[in-house]
Ligand binder design. Structure first.
Ligand code: OAD
Length: 231
C-alpha cells in the first residue's frame, strides 16, 4: 500500500499545500475549500479549482509516478492518494483510490451520485447536472466526510508493506491510515522534509519522490527472484 500526498506531484510542477510557497500561503482554506466557502462565494471556489485544473492539464507524471506503476510487475500495489490530480492513473497505476476527490470530475449539488468527467479546465456558475442543479467540484472539502476512507482501511490492514510519499501527515483521517497496519508491517517514508511521523518506526528515505521511488524499488526488489516477476 502506497499512501501519497502533494509531494508526489511536486516534481510534476504542482504546488504542495504547506511547504514554503505552498497553496495555503496563496489562499485561505476557509475561503476556497469548505462547504461554507461554497455557500458564501461559489465563484471564488470555482475559480480556485479551475486554476488547479489548468495546472494539472499542463502537468505530466514524474518518474516517481511511473516507478510506482512499474512496481506492479513485482507486487500487488494499491495506491491510496490524498491528491486530486490523476497523475498516478496517467503513469499507468491500475489500483488508485482517491481519498480527497478528483479534480477532473464534477458532481451534482442535488444528487451526489451524479458524477461527470471533465475534459476541459473550466467549471462555471450556471453549469448544471441533468437534474438542473449547479455542478460542483468532486472534491472532499474540509469539514466533509471522507467516504473512501472506509474502502482504504481494509487495504491497509491487509498490506505486507507500507510506503508513504510526500505527505506532511497532518490531515486526518488520511494521516491516521498507517495506524491500521498490522504490527510489524514495514513502513517506508519518502520525503525530503519533516513529515509528522510521531513515534512510528519507519525507514526514512529523505529524498524527493522521483529519486526516492527509484531507491525504494532497489530495496524492495533486491531479494526478489527475477523469475518471480508477476505475469
Ligand atoms: P502538504 O503540502 O501538507 O505536504 C507535502 C509534503 O510533501 C511535505 O511533507 C513535504 O516535505 C513533501 N514534499 C515536498 N516536495 C516533495 C517531493 N518533491 N517529493 C516528495 N515529498 C515532497 O500536502 P499533503 O500532506 O498532501 O486536502 O496535504 C494533505 C491534504 O491537505 C491535501 O490532500 C489537501 C490539503 O489541504 C484538501 O484540500 C482536502
Amino acid at each position: 500500500m502506497v499512501l501519497t500526498g502533494a509531494g508526489m506531484s511536486q516534481e510534476s510542477g504542482l504546488r504542495t499545500f504547506r511547504d514554503t510557497g505552498g497553496t495555503w500561503e496563496h489562499y485561505r482554506v476557509e475561503d476556497v475549500a469548505t462547504p461554507e466557502a461554497w455557500r458564501a462565494d461559489p465563484e471564488l471556489v470555482l475559480r480556485f479549482y479551475n486554476e488547479r485544473r489548468k495546472d494539472l492539464m499542463k502537468a505530466l507524471p514524474n518518474s516517481g509516478h511511473t516507478g510506482l506503476a512499474q512496481l506492479e510487475k513485482y507486487f500487488d500495489v494499491y495506491i491510496i492518494t490524498q491528491n486530486v490530480d490523476n497523475l498516478h492513473e496517467q503513469a499507468g497505476s491500475s489500483q488508485v483510490l482517491h481519498l480527497h476527490g478528483e479534480l477532473m470530475k464534477v458532481r451534482s449539488t442535488r444528487d451526489p451520485e451524479l458524477i461527470y468527467e471533465l475534459d476541459h479546465w473550466e467549471l462555471n456558475l450556471g453549469d448544471r447536472c441533468e437534474l438542473g442543479s449547479q455542478l460542483r467540484p468532486h472534491i472532499v472539502w474540509f469539514g466533509e466526510a471522507v467516504p473512501n476512507f472506509y474502502l482504504a482501511i481494509p487495504i491497509v490492514e491487509e498490506a505486507d508493506i507500507l510506503v508513504v510519499i510526500g505527505t506532511s501527515m497532518v490531515v486526518y483521517p488520511a494521516a491516521g491510515l498507517v495506524d491500521y497496519a498490522r504490527p510489524g508491517t514495514p513502513v517506508y517514508v519518502i520525503d525530503p522534509g519533516e513529515p509528522a511521523l510521531g513515534s512510528r518506526k519507519v525507514t526514512l528515505i529523505p529524498k524527493k519522490a522521483s529519486e526516492g521511488v527509484q531507491q525504494l524499488i532497489e530495496i524492495l526488489t533486491e531479494n526478489l527472484d527475477i523469475n518471480n516477476e508477476k505475469s
